[in-house]
Design a binder for this molecule. Structure first.
Ligand code: NAI
Length: 493
C-alpha cells in the first residue's frame, strides 16, 4: 500500500475515534487518524477529564471542611483556582500526549487538519482531503466519522464567551475566574457537575432549569438526595423556568424567565422573573459536529446534524462509511463511543476481508451512567417507572450508606443504592446509587446485567469487608428482604 493509502480513515480523534484507530491497528489495518484540534476530543480536552480534575480539587475542599470531625485541625486553607486550573491543564496534557504515544506505538498515521470525504465508493475507495498546515489527500477503503459534538447555542442566550459561557469556555486552559455569583442555565449533567464544583470553590450558584426536575433522567428518589445536598451547599435550583433572554450587562449577567407552563402564544404577557449573577454558564445539551465533512456531496443522510446510521452495524446510508459517537445523536457518553468504535471497526474490516474481524452488532442493553457531583450518582439499566411501564413485575431493594461500616468510617453516610429485579426470575433489571464511589459501584451491577445474572449471583459472591462494594451486596439482599444490616422482623413458622 503506498504512503497515502489506507485501509481505514477515522475523522475525529475523540474517545470514539482514537479508540477505533487503535482497535483497527490491533487487527492489522493501516490506519489514518484525522484531527483538526487536539487528540482526545471533547472528553479529554473540554469535558469529562478536565471536569474530573477540577472535581478532585472541589472534593478535597469538602474533605478539608470536615477535617475537624476526623480530629484534624486545619486552621486555614485557601483555594488557588489558578493552581487548580494548572493542575487540570497538566492532567489533560499528559493524557493527550499519552494518546499520541499509543497511536504511534500502533504505527497509526495522525493527520492534524480538517478532514472531508470528497468522493469515492467501496469499489474504488474513498478520497479524503485534509486541510491543515499542509494540505493533502489520502485514499482509503473505509471511513469512520467520529466528529463528536459541541455545546448547543441558542441565539436568545447571547453566548458571548465573555460572561455568558459554554462548558468549553469554563474548561479553557486560560479560564481563571471563580465568580462570586454563577448562574447556570440547564440543570442536566453538565450543569449539576459545574454547580457542585463552583459551589465548593465558593461561588453562589443559581440554576435555571426548564423541566420540573434537575437531571430528570435519573430516579426521582436519587434526585431528591442531590437536591437536598445542593440546597445545603447554598445551590439554588429554580425548576420549570423558561429562560426568555440572557444579557451581558457589562458588570454581570441578567436572565429573564417566565414559568415553563406559560403557553408560547401568551409569553409576551406572562409574569417574568429576573435573575442576576456575575457569570452565566449555558449547559442545555449539545449539537452534532457534522458540517463541511462531505455529507451532502456523498449523500450521507443526516437529520439536524445527526448522521443517520444503521443502529446495529453503524454504517451510514453510504456503504463503506460508518459513524460513531455523539455525531450520530445517540447516547452521548464516551464509553458508548468506545463500544461503537469496536463495532464499527469490526464491521469495516470484515467487509474489506483479509483481517481476523467478524461482522458484529451494537448492544446498548447495559449502559452505565455516572454523574460526578458530591455525592456521586451511578445508574444502569431501567429506571423503576420505565421497568413497570414495560410490563416487568418489579422487586426493589434499598440499602443506605449509613448502615455500611466502611462508609461510617469514611464519614460518607449520605445516600443509598436501589436495586431492581424481575419478580419471577430475580434477574437484575437496573440499579441507581447516590453516595460515595457510586460511579464505581455501578460497574458491578453492569457486569451482572450484561451476563443476565440474578441478585443471588451477587449475594452468593463473597465481597470483602469492610468495603463500599458491600453496598451492592446488601442492596441485592434487600430485594428479597434479606439484607443483614437492615432491621427486620422474625419469621414465625
Ligand atoms: P443534558 O441533556 O444532560 O441537560 C440539559 C438540561 O438543560 C436538561 O435538564 C434540559 O431540560 C435543560 N434545558 C434545555 N433547554 C433549556 C432552556 N432553554 N432553559 C433551561 N433549561 C434548559 O445536557 P448537558 O448537561 O449539556 O450534557 C450534554 C451531554 O454530555 C449529555 O448527553 C451528558 O450525558 C453528557 N455528559 C456526561 C457526563 C458524564 O457522563 N458524567 C458529564 C457531562 C456531560
Amino acid at each position: 500500500m503506498s504512503e497515502n493509502q489506507y485501509d481505514l480513515a477515522i475523522i475525529g480523534a475523540g474517545p470514539g475515534g482514537y479508540h477505533a484507530a487503535i482497535r483497527a491497528a490491533q487487527y492489522g489495518a493501516k490506519v489514518a487518524l484525522i484531527e483538526k484540534d487536539k487528540l482526545g476530543g471533547t472528553c479529554l480536552n473540554r469535558g469529562c477529564i478536565p471536569t474530573k480534575a477540577l472535581y478532585a480539587s472541589a472534593h478535597l475542599i469538602e474533605k478539608i471542611r470536615e477535617a475537624d470531625e476526623f480530629g484534624v485541625k486545619i486552621s486555614d486553607y485557601k483555594l488557588s483556582f489558578s493552581k487548580a486550573v494548572e493542575r487540570k491543564n497538566q492532567v489533560v496534557q499528559e493524557l493527550v500526549d499519552g494518546i499520541g504515544a499509543l497511536e504511534r506505538s500502533w504505527k497509526n498515521d495522525i493527520y492534524n487538519g480538517f478532514g472531508k470525504i470528497i468522493g469515492g465508493d467501496t469499489e474504488v475507495g474513498f478520497e479524503i482531503s485534509i486541510e491543515g498546515e499542509e494540505n493533502t489527500t489520502i485514499k482509503v477503503k473505509r471511513v469512520i466519522i467520529a466528529t463528536g459534538s459541541y455545546p448547543a447555542l441558542i441565539p436568545a442566550f447571547n453566548i458571548d464567551h465573555e460572561r455568558i459561557l459554554t462548558s468549553d469556555d469554563i474548561l479553557d486552559p486560560n479560564f481563571k475566574t471563580v465568580p462570586e455569583r454563577l448562574m447556570i442555565i440547564g440543570a442536566g449533567v453538565i450543569g449539576c457537575e459545574f454547580a457542585n464544583i463552583f459551589a465548593s470553590f465558593g461561588s453562589r450558584v443559581t440554576m435555571l432549569e426548564y423541566l420540573s426536575s434537575p437531571i430528570a433522567t435519573e430516579e426521582p428518589m436519587i434526585v431528591k438526595v442531590l437536591q437536598k445536598k445542593f440546597q445545603s451547599n447554598g445551590i439554588e435550583i429554580h425548576t420549570s423556568q423558561n429562560v426568555l433572554s440572557v444579557e451581558n450587562t457589562g458588570k454581570g449577567v441578567k436572565a429573564t424567565t417566565c414559568s415553563a407552563d406559560v403557553p408560547r402564544d401568551q409569553i409576551e404577557s406572562a409574569e417574568t422573573q429576573l435573575f442576576e449573577a456575575d457569570l452565566c454558564l449555558v449547559s442545555i445539551g449539545r449539537a452534532k459536529e457534522s458540517k463541511n465533512i462531505g455529507l451532502e456531496e456523498l449523500g450521507i443522510k443526516s437529520e439536524r446534524g445527526a448522521i443517520k446510521v444503521n443502529p446495529d452495524t453503524l454504517e451510514t446510508s453510504v456503504s463503506g462509511i460508518y459513524a460513531i459517537g455523539d455525531v450520530t445523536g445517540g447516547i452521548m457518553l464516551a464509553h458508548v463511543a468506545y463500544h461503537e468504535a469496536d463495532v464499527s471497526v469490526a464491521n469495516c474490516l470484515a467487509s474489506i476481508g483479509g483481517f481476523p474481524a467478524e461482522k458484529t452488532k451494537t448492544d446498548y442493553t447495559v449502559v452505565p451512567a455516572t454523574i460526578f457531583t458530591s455525592p456521586n450518582i451511578g445508574s444502569v439499566g431501567y429506571r423503576r417507572k420505565v421497568a413497570k411501564n414495560l410490563g416487568f413485575d418489579v422487586l426493589m431493594g434499598q440499602f443506605p450508606y449509613q448502615s455500611l461500616s466502611k462508609a461510617k468510617c469514611m464519614g460518607e453516610e449520605e445516600g443509598f443504592i436501589m436495586v431492581l429485579a424481575d419478580k419471577t426470575t430475580h434477574k437484575i433489571l437496573g440499579a441507581s446509587c447516590i453516595g460515595a464511589e457510586a460511579s464505581e459501584l455501578i460497574a458491578e451491577i453492569a457486569l451482572a446485567m450484561q451476563h443476565g445474572l440474578t441478585i443471588h449471583d451477587i449475594t452468593e459472591t463473597i465481597h470483602s469487608h469492610p468495603t463500599i462494594s458491600e453496598l451492592v451486596l446488601e442492596g441485592c439482599e434487600a430485594v428479597v428482604g434479606k439484607s443483614i444490616h437492615k432491621k427486620g422482623r422474625p419469621i414465625h413458622h
